[in-house]
Design a protein around this ligand. Structure first.
Ligand SMILES: Nc1ncnc2c1ncn2[C@@H]1O[C@H](COP(=O)(O)OP(=O)(O)OP(=O)(O)O)[C@@H](O)[C@H]1O
Ligand SMILES: [Mg+2]
Length: 397
């Protein structure tokens, strides 16, 4: 893949920063465009370097080096990654509010640092505009489930919402599993796919609606599923560029695309956010979950992801665990828009591979997802063709 290297400028000082510089100097995905120990003196050199990401070394342990950050901010808007070898708890807690993109604790493998640099660059590159685009009424809308905590219920909810929309709203629906390493949407839907997104990205043929139809597996609810790669090591082949193309084609073929994600932000998730019309943040009634969703909100703010497209869903609500929905709302400064109750049959449905929204649409979970579908998928517009793209949806049940 021929992508131009990311221009990185290194400022400040930290134990191990020289090794970082050496590692990056030889790295094909990075171009070092300058260094300056004192950012206040870097001035025009930094401004004219065209740097896309700033790595700033610091020895401060108890606070963000505000004056140094301001000196950098005075000449460039490029994202700043702090680099330190000290244990830096205070730094970590202050960094986000100080507008720092990330904090890297040394020692660190060069590849790890390059990943952070790529993440910072991909966030900064056109995100304000990128994230702000909305689907026009004629293209499929993208609903993405995200939670920074594993086990929150993203996959259960994504599978059931997709099944509800396909079955009860008769919409052409694609379930896209972007938990690329450990995706289990196919298992939860009880299908054994012949092809996955891995086959799609490896194909030589240009992707169009017809080609896409050859990679999805139809579920009895009517949902089409594009599963995650079968082997975790194949995940990295699904690049942001290919995902962008996949979304463009899928939006032409489907009314709704429901996306399941892993519990962390990485390139494909960021790229998905850019194309997401409705982002459902899954929280639960426990303090770590609330804390992590709060951090996610701050990241979304940094990405300029519009607030009106964020929806807070409380999963396993009604569990008597001491935390109340109102307390979650207060902590997150956001209304709980959807509540999905805890139900024993969910585990049974997961193990049987039959979405509960299909086997028991009148269950609490089934009704809650019907509510999500009604609110997030607008009423069908009169006159809009349902057989667009010549695609036929086979229903078997
Ligand atoms: N509302 C619910 N009631 C009862 N059980 C639930 C509910 N939601 C989720 N679960 C259970 O929690 C388990 C984990 O859910 P799920 O796999 O959807 O989480 P996840 O957020 O996708 O996790 P990961 O980040 O690891 O992919 C499921 O197997 C299911 O049994
Ligand atoms: Mg999952």
């Amino acid at each position: 893949m021929s992508v131009s290297p990311i221009k990185v400028f290194i400022t400040g000082a930290a134990n191990g920063l020289a090794e970082v510089r050496e590692g990056l100097a030889d790295h094909p995905e990075v171009e070092l465009v300058g260094t300056a120990a004192d950012p206040a003196k870097a001035g025009s050199k930094l401004a004219e370097s065209g740097a896309q990401v700033i790595l700033h070394g610091t020895t401060a342990t108890d606070h963000v080096p505000t004056s140094e950050i301001e000196a950098i901010r005075g000449v460039t808007a490029a994202p700043i990654v702090l680099v330190t070898s000290a244990s830096a708890n205070a730094l970590l807690s202050e960094a986000l509010s100080a507008g720092i993109f990330d904090v890297v604790l040394l020692p660190q493998l060069t590849d790890g640092i390059v990943f952070t640099i790529k993440k910072a660059n991909s966030l900064a590159a056109g995100r304000p505009g990128g994230a702000a685009k909305t689907s026009s009424s004629t293209e499929g809308r993208v609903i993405t489930f995200f939670s920074p905590k594993g086990g929150a219920g993203k996959t259960v909810l994504a599978c059931n919402l997709a099944a509800t929309i396909a079955r009860h709203q008769s919409r052409k629906t694609l379930l896209l599993d972007l938990d690329l390493q450990f995706g289990d949407a196919a298992i939860m839907m009880g299908i054994e796919p012949e092809k996955t997104i891995y086959d799609l990205v490896m194909a030589r043929r240009e992707l169009d609606s017809d080609a896409l139809a050859g990679y999805v597996t139809a579920h009895s609810s009517g949902v089409h599923i594009l599963p995650a790669p079968l082997r975790p090591e194949d995940a990295e082949l699904v690049t942001e560029e290919r995902l962008g193309h996949l979304f463009a084609v899928a939006k032409e073929s489907y009314d709704v695309i429901v996306v399941d994600t892993p519990p962390f932000f990485h390139g494909p998730v960021l790229s998905t956010l850019d194309r997401t019309d409705q982002l459902v943040l899954v929280a639960s009634l426990d303090v770590p979950s609330v804390k992590n969703v709060k951090l996610t909100m701050q990241t979304l703010d940094l990405l300029h992801y519009p607030k009106e497209r964020r929806h807070l869903l409380l999963n396993r609500s009604g569990s008597k665990v001491g935390l109340k929905p109102q307390e979650v709302e207060r902590a997150l400064e956001m209304k709980v828009e959807f509540e999905v109750p805890v139900e024993r049959e969910v585990a049974v449905s997961v193990n049987r591979g039959v979405p509960i929204a299909i086997s028991s649409p009148r269950s609490g979970v089934g009704k809650a997802l019907q509510d999500v579908a009604d609110k997030l998928v607008p009423q069908r517009q009169a006159g809009k063709s349902e057989s667009g793209g010549g695609k036929k949806f086979r229903r078997r049940g």
